[in-house]
Design a protein around this ligand. Sequence first.
Ligand code: ZN
Length: 296
Amino acid sequence: MSGKELVGRIWKATAGFYYVKTEDALLECRARGVFRKEGNTPLVGDMVRVSLTPDGKGTVSEILPRKNSLVRPPLANLDRMVLVLSVTDPEPNFYVADSYLAILAHRGIDAMIALTKSDLADPSELKLLYAGAGYPVYVVGQGEEEGLSALVNALSEGISAFCGNSGVGKSTLLNRIDPRLALPTGDTSRKLGRGRHTTRHVELIPLPGGGLVADTPGFSSIEMLRMGHIPKDELAFCFPEFAPYLDKCQFNNCSHTKEKGCGVLQALEQGQIDPRRHESYLRLYEEAKQVREWEV
Ligand code: ZN
Protein backbone atom coordinates (compact mmCIF):
# COMPACT_ATOMS: atom_id res chain seq x y z
CA MET A 1 0.00 0.00 0.00
CA SER A 2 1.61 3.26 -1.06
CA GLY A 3 1.60 5.83 1.74
CA LYS A 4 -0.27 9.06 1.28
CA GLU A 5 1.87 12.14 1.87
CA LEU A 6 0.92 15.15 3.97
CA VAL A 7 2.64 18.35 5.07
CA GLY A 8 2.35 19.61 8.63
CA ARG A 9 4.16 21.21 11.52
CA ILE A 10 5.75 19.34 14.42
CA TRP A 11 3.90 20.47 17.54
CA LYS A 12 5.45 18.17 20.05
CA ALA A 13 8.51 15.97 20.41
CA THR A 14 9.02 13.45 23.13
CA ALA A 15 11.40 10.50 23.36
CA GLY A 16 11.56 9.62 19.68
CA PHE A 17 7.95 10.48 18.82
CA TYR A 18 6.89 13.51 16.83
CA TYR A 19 3.35 14.82 16.80
CA VAL A 20 2.66 16.50 13.49
CA LYS A 21 -0.26 18.86 13.13
CA THR A 22 -1.72 18.59 9.66
CA GLU A 23 -4.77 20.41 8.40
CA ASP A 24 -7.16 18.13 10.22
CA ALA A 25 -5.24 15.81 12.53
CA LEU A 26 -2.44 15.45 15.03
CA LEU A 27 -0.40 12.52 13.75
CA GLU A 28 1.90 10.43 15.87
CA CYS A 29 5.06 9.92 13.85
CA ARG A 30 8.45 8.36 13.93
CA ALA A 31 11.29 9.93 11.98
CA ARG A 32 13.14 8.14 9.24
CA GLY A 33 16.46 6.74 10.42
CA VAL A 34 18.33 8.83 7.88
CA PHE A 35 17.87 12.01 9.96
CA ARG A 36 19.80 10.56 12.87
CA LYS A 37 22.50 9.30 10.53
CA GLU A 38 22.89 12.78 9.05
CA GLY A 39 22.79 14.38 12.48
CA ASN A 40 19.78 16.41 11.40
CA THR A 41 17.04 15.86 13.96
CA PRO A 42 13.53 17.16 13.29
CA LEU A 43 12.67 19.98 15.71
CA VAL A 44 9.43 21.25 17.16
CA GLY A 45 8.32 24.04 14.85
CA ASP A 46 9.61 22.28 11.73
CA MET A 47 7.39 22.00 8.69
CA VAL A 48 7.70 18.40 7.57
CA ARG A 49 6.50 15.98 4.94
CA VAL A 50 4.87 12.91 6.45
CA SER A 51 3.98 9.60 4.82
CA LEU A 52 0.99 7.93 6.37
CA THR A 53 1.42 4.37 7.56
CA PRO A 54 -1.39 1.78 7.38
CA ASP A 55 -1.94 1.98 11.16
CA GLY A 56 -3.02 5.61 10.89
CA LYS A 57 0.29 6.96 12.10
CA GLY A 58 3.07 8.53 10.08
CA THR A 59 6.72 8.73 9.24
CA VAL A 60 8.50 12.05 8.97
CA SER A 61 10.20 11.74 5.59
CA GLU A 62 11.48 15.26 4.93
CA ILE A 63 12.21 18.45 6.87
CA LEU A 64 11.18 21.45 4.79
CA PRO A 65 13.60 24.41 4.71
CA ARG A 66 13.90 26.24 8.04
CA LYS A 67 13.71 29.95 8.65
CA ASN A 68 15.94 29.54 11.71
CA SER A 69 16.69 27.08 14.46
CA LEU A 70 18.00 26.87 18.00
CA VAL A 71 19.67 24.08 19.91
CA ARG A 72 18.59 25.33 23.33
CA PRO A 73 15.67 25.30 23.45
CA PRO A 74 15.42 22.85 20.48
CA LEU A 75 13.06 24.76 18.18
CA ALA A 76 12.79 25.70 14.52
CA ASN A 77 11.01 28.48 12.66
CA LEU A 78 10.69 30.77 15.65
CA ASP A 79 9.09 34.13 14.98
CA ARG A 80 10.34 35.64 18.21
CA MET A 81 12.04 34.97 21.50
CA VAL A 82 10.93 36.75 24.63
CA LEU A 83 13.83 37.33 26.99
CA VAL A 84 12.45 37.58 30.51
CA LEU A 85 14.44 39.86 32.80
CA SER A 86 13.48 40.69 36.36
CA VAL A 87 13.96 44.27 37.49
CA THR A 88 15.19 43.00 40.85
CA ASP A 89 15.77 39.76 42.75
CA PRO A 90 17.75 38.77 40.76
CA GLU A 91 18.95 41.94 39.07
CA PRO A 92 19.73 41.44 35.39
CA ASN A 93 23.19 40.46 34.28
CA PHE A 94 23.66 42.79 31.31
CA TYR A 95 26.45 40.78 29.77
CA VAL A 96 24.40 37.56 29.76
CA ALA A 97 21.30 39.32 28.45
CA ASP A 98 23.21 41.20 25.74
CA SER A 99 25.09 38.08 24.66
CA TYR A 100 21.88 36.20 24.22
CA LEU A 101 20.23 39.06 22.35
CA ALA A 102 23.24 39.13 20.03
CA ILE A 103 23.01 35.38 19.41
CA LEU A 104 19.34 35.71 18.53
CA ALA A 105 20.08 38.56 16.13
CA HIS A 106 22.83 36.47 14.56
CA ARG A 107 20.37 33.60 14.07
CA GLY A 108 17.79 35.90 12.52
CA ILE A 109 15.31 35.62 15.39
CA ASP A 110 13.47 38.73 16.57
CA ALA A 111 13.84 39.38 20.27
CA MET A 112 11.63 41.21 22.70
CA ILE A 113 12.01 41.83 26.40
CA ALA A 114 9.56 41.24 29.23
CA LEU A 115 10.40 42.97 32.50
CA THR A 116 9.05 41.11 35.53
CA LYS A 117 8.92 42.16 39.20
CA SER A 118 8.23 45.77 38.22
CA ASP A 119 5.96 45.86 41.28
CA LEU A 120 9.05 45.42 43.47
CA ALA A 121 11.38 47.97 41.83
CA ASP A 122 11.23 50.75 39.28
CA PRO A 123 11.54 49.28 35.75
CA SER A 124 12.02 52.60 33.93
CA GLU A 125 15.82 52.54 33.65
CA LEU A 126 15.87 49.01 32.25
CA LYS A 127 13.04 49.81 29.93
CA LEU A 128 14.90 52.84 28.62
CA LEU A 129 18.10 50.83 28.17
CA TYR A 130 16.55 48.16 25.96
CA ALA A 131 13.94 50.26 24.22
CA GLY A 132 16.81 52.63 23.38
CA ALA A 133 18.69 49.69 21.87
CA GLY A 134 15.73 49.04 19.56
CA TYR A 135 13.96 46.16 21.33
CA PRO A 136 10.24 46.04 22.10
CA VAL A 137 10.01 46.11 25.92
CA TYR A 138 6.98 45.01 27.94
CA VAL A 139 6.64 45.81 31.63
CA VAL A 140 4.74 42.85 33.02
CA GLY A 141 5.16 42.79 36.81
CA GLN A 142 2.17 41.80 38.97
CA GLY A 143 -0.63 44.28 38.40
CA GLU A 144 0.71 45.51 35.04
CA GLU A 145 -2.29 44.31 33.05
CA GLU A 146 -1.70 46.80 30.26
CA GLY A 147 1.84 45.60 29.67
CA LEU A 148 0.67 42.01 29.82
CA SER A 149 -2.06 42.48 27.23
CA ALA A 150 0.37 44.34 24.95
CA LEU A 151 2.71 41.34 25.21
CA VAL A 152 -0.14 38.87 24.55
CA ASN A 153 -1.02 40.94 21.52
CA ALA A 154 2.57 40.77 20.26
CA LEU A 155 2.44 36.97 20.53
CA SER A 156 -0.81 36.58 18.63
CA GLU A 157 0.81 35.38 15.40
CA GLY A 158 3.47 32.80 14.68
CA ILE A 159 5.65 30.89 17.11
CA SER A 160 7.09 32.43 20.26
CA ALA A 161 9.35 31.08 22.97
CA PHE A 162 10.50 32.40 26.33
CA CYS A 163 13.86 32.27 28.00
CA GLY A 164 15.30 33.63 31.18
CA ASN A 165 17.39 32.65 34.13
CA SER A 166 15.79 30.87 37.04
CA GLY A 167 14.10 33.17 39.50
CA VAL A 168 13.04 35.81 36.97
CA GLY A 169 9.44 34.60 37.03
CA LYS A 170 9.22 33.06 33.58
CA SER A 171 6.70 30.36 34.53
CA THR A 172 4.61 32.81 36.55
CA LEU A 173 4.47 35.07 33.50
CA LEU A 174 3.50 32.22 31.17
CA ASN A 175 0.76 31.16 33.56
CA ARG A 176 -0.62 34.69 33.55
CA ILE A 177 -0.57 34.68 29.73
CA ASP A 178 -2.42 31.36 29.64
CA PRO A 179 -3.60 29.85 32.95
CA ARG A 180 -4.18 26.51 31.19
CA LEU A 181 -0.41 26.05 31.04
CA ALA A 182 -0.39 25.61 34.84
CA LEU A 183 3.40 25.53 34.92
CA PRO A 184 4.95 24.80 38.28
CA THR A 185 6.45 27.97 39.74
CA GLY A 186 8.77 28.80 42.62
CA ASP A 187 8.31 26.37 45.50
CA THR A 188 6.28 23.90 43.47
CA SER A 189 8.92 23.52 40.79
CA ARG A 190 11.65 23.03 43.39
CA LYS A 191 9.57 20.35 45.05
CA LEU A 192 8.95 18.60 41.74
CA GLY A 193 12.63 18.81 40.92
CA ARG A 194 11.83 19.80 37.32
CA GLY A 195 10.32 16.35 36.93
CA ARG A 196 7.54 17.40 34.65
CA HIS A 197 9.84 19.24 32.31
CA THR A 198 12.42 16.78 31.20
CA THR A 199 14.82 17.97 28.55
CA ARG A 200 13.21 15.71 25.96
CA HIS A 201 9.82 17.27 26.06
CA VAL A 202 9.06 20.35 23.95
CA GLU A 203 5.60 21.36 22.88
CA LEU A 204 3.79 24.14 21.03
CA ILE A 205 0.67 25.41 22.74
CA PRO A 206 -1.96 27.57 21.04
CA LEU A 207 -2.65 30.75 23.00
CA PRO A 208 -6.22 31.93 23.58
CA GLY A 209 -5.51 35.19 21.73
CA GLY A 210 -3.80 33.45 18.78
CA GLY A 211 -0.22 32.41 18.16
CA LEU A 212 1.73 29.45 19.46
CA VAL A 213 4.01 29.44 22.45
CA ALA A 214 6.72 26.84 22.97
CA ASP A 215 6.50 25.23 26.36
CA THR A 216 10.12 24.30 26.80
CA PRO A 217 12.18 23.09 29.72
CA GLY A 218 13.67 25.86 31.80
CA PHE A 219 16.83 26.59 29.92
CA SER A 220 18.73 29.46 31.41
CA SER A 221 20.18 32.09 29.14
CA ILE A 222 23.63 31.05 30.38
CA GLU A 223 23.06 27.53 29.06
CA MET A 224 21.90 29.00 25.79
CA LEU A 225 25.05 31.07 25.44
CA ARG A 226 26.99 27.88 24.86
CA MET A 227 25.27 27.31 21.58
CA GLY A 228 26.34 30.43 19.76
CA HIS A 229 29.64 31.78 18.67
CA ILE A 230 29.51 35.00 16.69
CA PRO A 231 32.56 35.81 14.55
CA LYS A 232 34.01 39.14 15.68
CA ASP A 233 33.43 40.83 12.31
CA GLU A 234 29.72 40.05 12.49
CA LEU A 235 29.22 41.10 16.09
CA ALA A 236 28.50 44.79 15.50
CA PHE A 237 25.56 43.86 13.26
CA CYS A 238 24.02 42.00 16.21
CA PHE A 239 23.65 45.24 18.19
CA PRO A 240 20.73 46.96 16.44
CA GLU A 241 21.46 50.40 17.91
CA PHE A 242 24.93 50.43 16.28
CA ALA A 243 23.39 50.24 12.79
CA PRO A 244 22.99 53.97 12.07
CA TYR A 245 26.68 54.59 12.91
CA LEU A 246 28.44 51.70 11.23
CA ASP A 247 28.96 53.51 7.93
CA LYS A 248 30.33 56.58 9.73
CA CYS A 249 33.53 54.84 10.78
CA GLN A 250 36.71 56.15 9.19
CA PHE A 251 38.11 52.67 8.59
CA ASN A 252 36.32 49.89 6.75
CA ASN A 253 37.59 47.21 9.10
CA CYS A 254 36.80 49.26 12.24
CA SER A 255 36.26 47.03 15.28
CA HIS A 256 34.42 49.81 17.17
CA THR A 257 36.58 49.12 20.20
CA LYS A 258 39.24 51.89 20.16
CA GLU A 259 39.74 53.27 16.65
CA LYS A 260 40.00 56.96 15.88
CA GLY A 261 37.14 58.22 13.75
CA CYS A 262 34.79 55.39 14.85
CA GLY A 263 31.12 56.28 14.39
CA VAL A 264 30.01 53.89 17.13
CA LEU A 265 32.46 55.28 19.69
CA GLN A 266 31.39 58.79 18.79
CA ALA A 267 27.73 57.86 19.33
CA LEU A 268 28.74 56.32 22.64
CA GLU A 269 30.47 59.53 23.68
CA GLN A 270 27.44 61.58 22.69
CA GLY A 271 25.13 59.34 24.71
CA GLN A 272 23.28 57.79 21.77
CA ILE A 273 24.58 54.34 22.65
CA ASP A 274 24.36 53.12 26.24
CA PRO A 275 27.77 52.39 27.80
CA ARG A 276 26.44 49.14 29.34
CA ARG A 277 25.60 47.81 25.90
CA HIS A 278 28.95 48.84 24.47
CA GLU A 279 30.64 47.22 27.47
CA SER A 280 28.91 43.93 26.58
CA TYR A 281 30.02 44.40 22.99
CA LEU A 282 33.66 44.87 24.05
CA ARG A 283 33.59 41.72 26.17
CA LEU A 284 31.97 39.66 23.40
CA TYR A 285 34.45 41.04 20.89
CA GLU A 286 37.38 40.09 23.12
CA GLU A 287 35.95 36.58 23.51
CA ALA A 288 35.31 36.20 19.80
CA LYS A 289 38.91 37.19 19.14
CA GLN A 290 40.21 34.59 21.56
CA VAL A 291 38.10 31.79 20.08
CA ARG A 292 39.58 32.57 16.72
CA GLU A 293 43.16 32.68 17.94
CA TRP A 294 42.64 29.48 19.83
CA GLU A 295 41.20 27.78 16.77
CA VAL A 296 44.13 28.91 14.65
ZN1 ZN B 1 33.77 51.89 14.32
